[in-house]
Ligand binder design. Structure first.
Ligand code: DGL
Length: 271
């Protein structure tokens, strides 16, 4: 089996996997959540790079030819180094893709007034990856960003539906809209954040459109596979989904089942 690998620090990438499996139901997918070491967002460049490379290497060992980093923090901090320095050495024919570039390509289609807001982890926001990439593709856009360092922890600890989460969502959105009250399009630049979407809607001005990455990334992946038949040909299509976590498999399975609406028996692995 040659599944498409989907990696995240924890549960957030499941929001991307759900969209990928809906768009490409016949393809095989393997998901790896490094829940034991999540969140990555406040960690150093070296740590995020090392953890991400370990995960990518493991997914290659599990048979993947193509790995999607369904994690903005890993995409911001580790993707380029892995693509440029590691792949030519460890697996020159395999491919690793991230979620920032496809999100930035899509973002230009949405805003009416060219005022964009980006929410992400500390690592993603301070890497400046979004403003730098947006500047290359959509010079007309004015970008404001806000790091939301608590939000991933709320999701990883299953606290995102509780009232305590309202405090942090309200606080970070207030900060963002103070930076630019004209924002009409908000990109959730972290794959965990769609789990907070109800609270995000509650504290966002009603005219703001909120973009999540699942559909954007799956559309871009379909396009990528069309443009790269040599990779597409290698991906097997038996509709298989496998789930690996570096943490407790029971907790992961229960949680992931809520997302994916299917019975899941996760497998433990160490990185
Ligand atoms: N889902 C990851 C992202 O998109 C969260 C990273 C973290 O663990 O902080 O950035």
């Amino acid at each position: 089996m040659t599944p498409i690998g989907v990696f995240d620090s924890g549960y957030g990438g499941l929001t991307v996997l759900r969209a990928l499996t809906a768009s490409l139901p016949e393809y095989d997918f393997v998901y790896l959540g490094d829940n034991a070491r999540a969140p990555y967002g406040n960690r150093s460049y070296e740590t995020i790079y090392n953890y991400t490379l370990q995960a990518v290497t493991k997914l290659f060992e599990l048979g993947c030819e193509l790995v999607i980093l369904a994690c903005n923090t890993a995409s911001a901090k580790a993707l380029r180094t892995i693509q440029q320095n590691d792949l030519p050495r460890i697996a020159p024919h395999k491919r690793v893709l991230g979620v920032i570039r496809p999100s930035v390509e899509a973002i230009g289609e949405y805003s009416k007034n060219n005022h964009i807001g980006i929410l992400g982890t500390h690592g993603t926001i301070h890497s400046q990856s979004y403003p730098l990439e947006i500047q290359k593709l959509h010079k007309q856009l004015e970008v404001s960003q806000e790091a939301c360092p608590m939000w991933v922890s709320l999701v990883e600890n299953n606290e995102h539906n509780d009232v305590g989460a309202d405090f942090f969502v309200h606080k970070n959105l207030t900060n963002l809209f103070l930076k630019d009250p004209q924002i009409d399009t908000l990109m959730l630049g972290c794959t965990h954040y769609p789990l907070l979407i109800d609270k995000i809607r509650k504290y966002c001005p009603p005219n703001v459109q909120i973009l999540t990455q699942g559909e954007i990334v799956s559309k871009k992946l379909i396009d990528y596979l069309h443009r790269h038949p040599e990779i597409d040909r290698l991906c097997t299509r038996n509709g298989v989904r496998k789930f690996y976590t570096t943490e407790s498999t029971d907790i992961f399975s229960t949680y992931a089942e809520q997302f994916c609406s299917q019975k899941i028996k996760a497998i433990h692995l160490d990185l």
